[in-house]
Design a protein around this ligand. Structure first.
Ligand code: ATP
Length: 518
């Protein structure tokens, strides 16, 4: 089993993530979070909310922020007036170019189908032009490991490799746009070359109808991002919450995209959750705030346990930027299936508020009563947008946490989740089901539950109970044993080191709370 298969298997076995409507064969691109998964994902969203909004101090300059600022939250509806999506450009432009395979009937996003050829090791890249056959594999150029690209074509490639001896794989950018190259490209799972169509636009928004009539006048869309709900409420928030620029509005909620090729477990789903901030500031300060949010959002993942060796902050080149964006960076993580985006941080200038001003006919300019120059008091603020995915973040934390080691000569699977994210913080066990131990354990369990998500378990040998909780990512296991009955102490075992310490029964909550801060 490769690393991803192992993770999917433990996620299913332990009730983290299930395929949606599984008893009916599932629905591609949709996932359900089970009892442990829902706690984990809630903790991810809660950590984001508390760190970005709930615990934010408006009154002082925190960290590297260029100035003090305010943060408020919002929960806007999923269905909105469809004109929102005309203004945002989603109705006209939220279309990815797609290619279809006429033979296998599979559909792919054109930018996620890598076309490559094989050349001998000492030949130049351009010798790929004369290759008889090219291969297409799902992946993102530069992000997908070579083995994954090769996998769908293993047999055919083995023959070519044998004939060439030492060889290299050379990507052929834009091959799908060229009819001649497409004609000699073998699609994944296809038996003959030339079955891929030219790329064509496909709208990713799910359409529905509001009300009883199913005609053009009742069309609505499931939001493909939470951001627009923030922009259309900009004036409401300014008018009611007395926030002053610079300030941010954050929102967590579902978004829907009819992704052509949902894959890599929950990474690319059709229904997912976003955690987005629109941060409003003066145009001349936008660059400094952009840098602040970019670096702060990167650090958030580090603080919650992602290894910096697998995490990168990739600044987009000028030719990669959307036409309205002044700057953009992606926080990327090295998943087992390749390096992929966790979050994008963009300087969107005043594009969105300007679009909504034009389309709605409402004046969305901010009134700055602190500005001494009267002519400069009304303006459209610029926007920095850190846009994260709750499911992608959850998946990255799971991938980073998964590990296998050996304890006492026995193999174990352990999820080394940050204690803030762990679904269960403490498990309480009586060593044996007699001598008054279950009663003492239950009393402690009830005490801990008031402050921590706690689990009581008396089934099976103590070693097996530890393993079960290692696999669930529980950072602390507390055992009531013979000494508890004599001396009022318990053992607290730490998940990653398996180290056990004796702690007075009355101090367990404080002990765990303290160690969770480490
Ligand atoms: P991609 O290029 O991977 O499709 P994107 O650049 O279109 O992503 P954005 O529109 O910037 O994504 O969305 C912001 C964030 O929302 C992403 O960084 C990601 O975490 C999350 N997200 C977007 N699409 C999906 C999806 N299909 N499934 C899960 N999360 C998603």
């Amino acid at each position: 089993m490769d690393a991803m298969e192992k993770l999917v298997s433990v996620a299913k076995r332990r009730g983290f993530i299930f395929p949606s409507s599984e008893i009916y064969g599932g629905l591609n691109g949709c996932w359900d979070y089970g009892p442990l998964g829902v706690e984990l994902k809630r903790n991810v969203k809660e950590a984001w909310w508390q760190d970005m909004i709930g615990h934010h101090d408006d009154t002082i300059r925190t960290g590297d922020a260029p100035a003090p600022f305010s943060m408020v939250g919002l929960d806007s509806s999923i269905l909105m007036n469809p004109r929102v999506w005309e203004a945002s450009g989603h109705v006209g432009g939220f279309a990815d170019p797609m290619v279809d395979c006429r033979e296998t009937r599979n559909r792919y996003r054109a930018d996620q189908l890598v076309v490559f050829g094989v050349v001998s090791a000492d030949a130049g890249d351009s010798s790929v032009d004369s290759a008889e056959l090219l291969f297409a594999s799902p992946g993102e150029i530069g992000a997908t490991p070579e083995a994954a690209l090769v996998a769908p074509h293993r047999k055919r490639l083995a023959k070519i490799a044998k004939a060439l001896g030492e060889h290299r794989i050379v990507p052929v950018p834009d091959a799908l746009l060229d009819e001649t190259l497409r004609a000699k490209t073998l699609a994944p799972g296809a038996t003959e070359a030339g079955t891929l169509t030219a790329p064509r636009a496909f709208n990713l928004m799910f359409k529905t109808h509001v009300g009883a009539l199913e005609d053009n006048s009742s069309v609505a869309y499931l939001r493909p991002e939470t951001a627009q709900g923030i922009f259309v409420n900009f004036k409401n928030v300014c008018d009611t919450s007395r926030v002053k620029i610079p300030f941010g509005i954050g929102q967590v909620g579902k978004a829907f995209r009819n992704e052509i090729n949902p894959r890599n477990f929950t990474f690319r789903s059709r229904e997912f959750e976003q955690m987005e901030i629109e941060f409003f500031c003066r145009a001349e300060e936008a660059e400094a705030w952009y840098r602040y949010w970019r670096d702060r959002r990167y650090q958030w993942y580090v603080d919650l346990g992602l290894d910096t060796a697998k995490l990168r902050l990739r600044e987009h080149d000028a030719d990669e930027l959307a036409h309205y964006a002044a700057a953009c960076a992606d926080v990327e993580y090295e998943f087992p299936f390749g390096v992929s985006e966790l979050e994008g941080i963009a300087n969107r200038t005043d594009f969105d508020l300007r679009q909504h001003t034009e389309h709605s006919g409402k004046d969305l300019r901010y009134f700055d009563d602190q500005e001494p120059d009267k002519d400069k008091r009304r303006y459209l603020p610029h926007v920095i947008e850190p846009s994260a995915g709750a499911d992608r973040a959850t998946l990255a934390f799971l991938c980073a946490a998964y590990s296998e080691d050996e304890v006492g000569g026995e193999a174990r699977t352990v999820l080394k989740l940050h204690p803030r994210l762990a679904p269960i913080k403490a498990a309480v066990f009586p060593l044996v089901k007699k001598d008054g131990m279950p009663e003492r354990a239950l009393a402690l369990y009830r005490e801990l539950r008031a402050g921590l998500t706690t689990f009581y378990d008396e089934k099976g040998a103590i070693g097996r109970r530890y393993r079960r909780h290692d696999e669930a990512g529980t950072p602390f296991c507390v055992t009531i044993d013979g000494d508890t009955m004599r001396e009022e102490t318990v053992t607290v075992r730490e998940r990653d080191t398996c180290e056990q310490v004796r702690v007075p029964m009355s101090g367990v909550l404080d002990h765990i709370t303290e160690r969770m801060k480490d």
